[in-house]
Design a protein around this ligand. Structure first.
Ligand code: 2HA
Ligand code: ZN
Length: 287
């Protein structure tokens, strides 16, 4: 009798479960990676995204009691125990996510020990999450403390932002100030500015810790001569932050070698920030 009940529940569950390939969060990952690839920000295996999901929503698509395999993360993410993320795979190309999400993406849950990831879906070829998982999860922890709504961490290699790294001082006040000067909307979009790290070895816990430290203050962190990290409450906000920095860097790169005739003045940036009611880094202006 008990067996029959269990069987019924099991059958009902299978019938009620939705197709993961139709899940909005999978589609968002497919669309965003395709878009970033098209913009030239993610050559080869460059870039990675992690997106914290709502457990109830994931349960509509996956049996959360079914762990495919466990993968050690190599660092402590106690604050994220039980949290579920969809994450790009290590060595995987953004170019390929759209056509084969199950190989290039994975859905992981941070296990009870805080140092293991439970694979719930994806990495079909036996691979695992991005080598930059430390920077991602540590950044999630840092941003969640500042903003409990934070869900997305995104890393990429935007061309002009990277080019600017070679000809502009890697000082966060000066770097932010130059970007703010390049488009009127910059100070409104990223009033908290851009954190800057010197060149560091990527894929390590050390760069993860340094990134997370910056993320306590900034939603954008430049990795010197490597790329950029962005964090936000959803895919649009996070993408939009990086897109706006990249646009400003493009204007800078188009004009840096020519005489500057006009500029947005610091008093004007202050007026902008105040008009739009954003809390900005006043110490990054020279007033
Ligand atoms: O995973 O971008 O920083 C590829 C990278 C490493
Ligand atoms: Zn990178």
């Amino acid at each position: 009798m008990l067996y029959n009940n269990e069987k019924t529940i099991f059958t009902e569950r299978r019938i009620l479960m939705k197709d993961i390939f139709t899940a909005p969060f999978v589609k968002e990952m497919q669309d965003t990676t395709a878009n970033m690839y098209r913009l030239g920000w993610d050559e080869r295996n460059g870039g990675n995204i992690s997106y914290m999901l709502d457990e109830k929503e994931v349960a509509e698509y996956l049996d959360l009691t079914k762990v495919i395999r466990t993968i050690p993360t190599g660092f402590d993410a106690t604050a994220l125990i039980g949290k579920i993320f969809i994450v790009t795979g290590t060595g995987k190309y953004f170019k390929n996510v759209k056509d084969d999400p199950e190989t290039n993406l994975g859905i992981i849950r941070i296990a009870e020990d805080g140092t293991t990831a439970e694979l719930l879906w994806g990495y079909k070829d036996g691979s695992k999450f991005t080598s930059e998982l430390p920077a991602h999860l540590m950044s999630h922890m840092a941003r969640l403390k500042v903003n409990p709504e934070n869900r997305v961490v995104m890393h990429c290699h935007p061309t002009n932002t990277l080019a600017m790294n070679y000809i502009h001082e890697l000082d966060e006040k000066k770097f932010t100030h130059t970007l703010w000067e390049m488009c009127t909307e910059c100070i409104v979009v990223f009033p908290d500015g851009v954190g800057v790290l010197p060149w560091m070895l990527c894929g390590t816990n050390e760069i993860g810790e340094a990134t997370a430290k910056k993320m306590e203050e900034f939603r954008l962190v430049v990795w010197g001569m490597h790329g950029i990290y962005g964090a936000g409450k959803d895919m649009d906000e996070t993408f939009g932050l990086i897109e706006t920095v990249e646009k400003a860097a493009q204007i800078y790169m188009l004009t840096a070698h020519m005489p500057r005739i006009n500029t947005i003045k610091d008093e004007e940036m202050k007026v902008l920030a105040e008009f739009f009611g954003v809390k900005y880094r006043a110490d990054f202006l020279n007033l």
